[in-house]
Design a protein around this ligand. Structure first.
Ligand SMILES: [Zn+2]
Length: 108
């Protein structure tokens, strides 16, 4: 993922030029010795437009990171990986498979 960047509409528009599926993480920067550490609070994905989805989260967290996904399936599997790697406090449930697809989380 690239970032972290400020979670504002302006920054989202300047960093994400393509309308494409992708993954993102929301969070804050640590303090003290962890000042350069991005602390993941929430992970998510969009199956169609990661920039548009991120704008729904403006004012919820300080920073975001993102990456484009090559396909809807890739976005789903990356979200699962992020969910298991970071165990983010803001994600109360496991990522959902897109409607109509029988995909299983590769990490469960
Ligand atoms: Zn899983």
């Amino acid at each position: 993922m690239s970032g972290p960047y400020d979670l504002t509409s302006k920054t989202i528009d300047s960093k994400i030029s393509k309308t494409q599926a992708g993954n993102y993480a929301l969070g804050t920067m640590g303090s003290g010795q962890k000042a350069n550490t991005f602390l993941v609070g929430y992970v998510g994905r969009s199956d169609t437009d990661v920039a548009e989805r991120l704008k729904d989260h403006v004012d919820t967290y300080e920073k975001f990171m993102f990456s484009y996904a090559s396909s809807v399936k890739a976005a789903f599997e990356e979200e699962c990986r992020n969910y298991h790697d970071f165990n983010p406090p803001g994600n109360s449930v496991h990522p959902a498979c897109p409607d109509g697809k029988g995909w299983k989380c590769p990490y469960c």
